[in-house]
Design a binder for this molecule. Sequence first.
Ligand SMILES: NC(=O)c1ccc[n+]([C@@H]2O[C@H](COP(=O)([O-])OP(=O)(O)OC[C@H]3O[C@@H](n4cnc5c(N)ncnc54)[C@H](O)[C@@H]3O)[C@@H](O)[C@H]2O)c1
Ligand SMILES: [Zn+2]
Ligand SMILES: [Zn+2]
Length: 362
Amino acid sequence: MKALVYHGPGERGWDSVPDPSIVDPTDIIVRIDTATICGTDLHILKGDVPEVVPGTVLGHEAVGTVQEIGSSVSTVRPGDRVLMSCISACGRCRFCKEGRYGQCLGGGGWIFGHLINGVQAEYARVPFADNSVYKIPDELTDEQVLFLADILPTSFEVGVLSGNVAPGDVVAIVGAGPIGLAAILTARLYTPGKIVAIDLADSRLDAAIRFGADVTINNAREDAVARIMELTDGLGADSAFEAVGVPESFELSADLVRPGGRVANIGVHGKPASLHLEKLWIRDVTVTTGLVDTFSIAQLMRLISTGRLDPTLFATHRFDLEDTMAAYDVFGDAANSGALKVVLSGPQSTSKPRKAVMAAAV
Ligand SMILES: NC(=O)c1ccc[n+]([C@@H]2O[C@H](COP(=O)([O-])OP(=O)(O)OC[C@H]3O[C@@H](n4cnc5c(N)ncnc54)[C@H](O)[C@@H]3O)[C@@H](O)[C@H]2O)c1
Ligand SMILES: [Zn+2]
Ligand SMILES: [Zn+2]
């Protein structure tokens, strides 16, 4: 089969590799119908995730059709369309039993395109299938559910739920990339009073408006703290989500919240950030962190089925799966291409595969 293979920092190829096969009785083999690329894949390609060894197939977000099942798999059959979570769950360890699948001790957690071969390929081996894939209702297209693999549950669980968003709240979201935008979409489920998106890039702030932000602040030009204070009678936001992953954006998020408010950190940090306890302790501020568990996939899928949530807004560019190399170039140059998420369609994808790159909807 063909797959997108990591060959060390800066090096990738669309290579011929052996077809995957069942290794453990809990495995299934899935034909990849539709996949996408994540910012994390770009980090891996930069060499920022040294556990990924050269030769690994990348990718942890995809929809596919079950081809073969291991002897102990009982909840899916060949022919079923499934969404693969970016997080695998053994289902039996202490943390899986708490729904904390990201912390799985039994060989799961974030493994696709990290510790085992991923899903930017024609086929993939999916471990712990009974606990890690979700059947897709016939009426939903691949593209409608694709972003449930990672970004929507991440922003919902690690942002909206940890941030305790309540009706009427002012929610400040620092960073309006796919994660910040997914936080806007899923925060809206709780009818906040105002969603404020903060980013350095105007193109991302324009996207934030399309996704439902009420106010945007470009913090390259404007004082975000002063603007939030103006909007909240000098108190601060009820919750602030950090959706970037650099020290400045974490420290900004902490400066934006009201007494008793919550800072929900979503960004992946590579460097230490300052926690100004000398300012925060007296204000009853709660800071949360987290790796996504994806326990909310089924709930979010029901919201898509009933028309309450429409993630197809993310799909700015479409490619055939065999053109994944070109898709990386476009996704990796988001500042010029305007890419939010690229859709990679195999021959059987229910989202229409196209030979040529379609123009961005932005
Ligand atoms: N916790 C988890 O489980 C989890 C899961 C997936 C992704 N993430 C992380 O979430 C973060 C966001 O992901 P993404 O894909 O949206 O990233 P992205 O790089 O596409 O978007 C980040 C946005 O932040 C903006 N930005 C950069 N510096 C800023 C600053 N100082 N102030 C305001 N805005 C700033 C950029 O202009 C960009 O629009 C990343 O760190 C990613 O690794 C976390
Ligand atoms: Zn991801
Ligand atoms: Zn487990």
